[in-house]
Design a protein around this ligand. Structure first.
Ligand code: SAM
Length: 279
């Protein structure tokens, strides 16, 4: 189940109901979840399930479920299994034939994306880039041309070098949103071209502190090739002009030679005729 990423009030009523009702809570760090439970006056049994004991913890959780008990799974902040432990346990619980139900709520990536203001519906959630500079550069190059908004998590001690690597690999003109300390006292959502992000971070030490989500504008669609451009020009002209005139204007616009454009215009006209039944 999702728990807050900062502001303790960012928890759903249903999540609180579930926390009160379950027999135990499997928690990434029992101290962190205990603080949340104490805040809401909930006394629940806690079982530690973190990266280093996830396989062992699975046995304990399955034994409880087999005995007819119910459990909730929490991570330190946000949604389990999103750049956090949880997936191994969830898969094991499913494989053992028990039901798994999500209790949705806070997630830093989605919160940042919703405040980034990039139009379009497609995004790629990457999570943490590799810490090693060479691997990070290769990963960034691999995804640089994707026409999707890119969403990354980053730690404060790597934020400056990460932004610099992004600028090199993705290009300085792409817009970057730095979403810092979301839902907390010093929440900051800064937007600007990648080329200026390094200077902004260097502008004040506080800007490099806390927790970060980086949201980068998707790559622009590649410029159409000569042939694709000529085709598009003719399509537009044919919608307004007779064929001969459309070809003449296209030649004047530098879209190609008359003997190349004429057959293309004929083909487009035939297709238009097939679609509209006229001209
Ligand atoms: N499971 C979490 C979620 O649903 O968002 C993510 C956990 S991941 C281990 C922690 C990273 O998430 C942080 O290093 C940071 O990049 C991002 N993050 C978590 N809380 C944040 C916040 N309040 N503001 C900005 N980024 C945050």
């Amino acid at each position: 189940m999702a728990t807050p990423i900062g502001n303790l009030r960012d928890i759903s009523l249903r999540a609180l109901d579930v926390l009160k009702a379950v027999d135990a809570v499997a928690a990434e760090d029992t101290r962190v979840t205990r603080r949340l439970l104490d805040h809401y006056g909930i006394a629940a049994r806690l079982i530690p399930v973190h990266e280093h004991n996830e396989k062992r913890a699975v046995k304990q959780v399955l034994a409880l479920l087999d005995a007819g008990k119910s459990l909730a799974l929490t991570c330190d902040a946000g949604t389990p299994a999103i750049s956090d432990p949880g997936a191994v346990l969830v898969a094991a619980v499913q494989a053992a034939g028990h039901a798994v139900a999500p209790v949705p709520g806070a997630n830093a990536a989605i919160a940042a994306l919703s405040a980034a203001g990039f139009p379009g519906t497609r995004f790629l959630f990457y999570g943490f880039l590799p810490a090693h500079a060479g691997e990070r550069r290769r990963e960034l190059q691999r995804i640089a041309a994707l026409p999707y908004v890119l969403v990354f998590y980053e730690a404060p001690h790597r934020i400056a070098e990460c932004v610099e690597a992004m600028c090199e690999a993705l290009g300085g003109e792409r817009e970057l949103v730095i979403a810092r300390e979301l839902t907390k006292l010093y929440e900051t959502v800064h937007r600007g071209p990648l080329a200026q992000a390094g200077a902004w971070l260097a502008g004040h030490a506080d800007r490099r502190r806390g927790e970060f989500v980086l949201v980068v504008e998707g790559a622009a669609a590649p410029a159409p090739t000569g042939a694709a451009r000529a085709r598009r020009t003719l399509e537009v002209l044919l919608a307004e002009l007779p064929l001969k005139q459309a070809v003449e204007v296209a030649v004047k616009l530098g879209s190609g030679r008359k003997n190349e454009l004429y057959p293309l215009a004929l083909e487009l006209k035939r297709k238009r005729g097939a679609v509209s039944g006229k001209r």
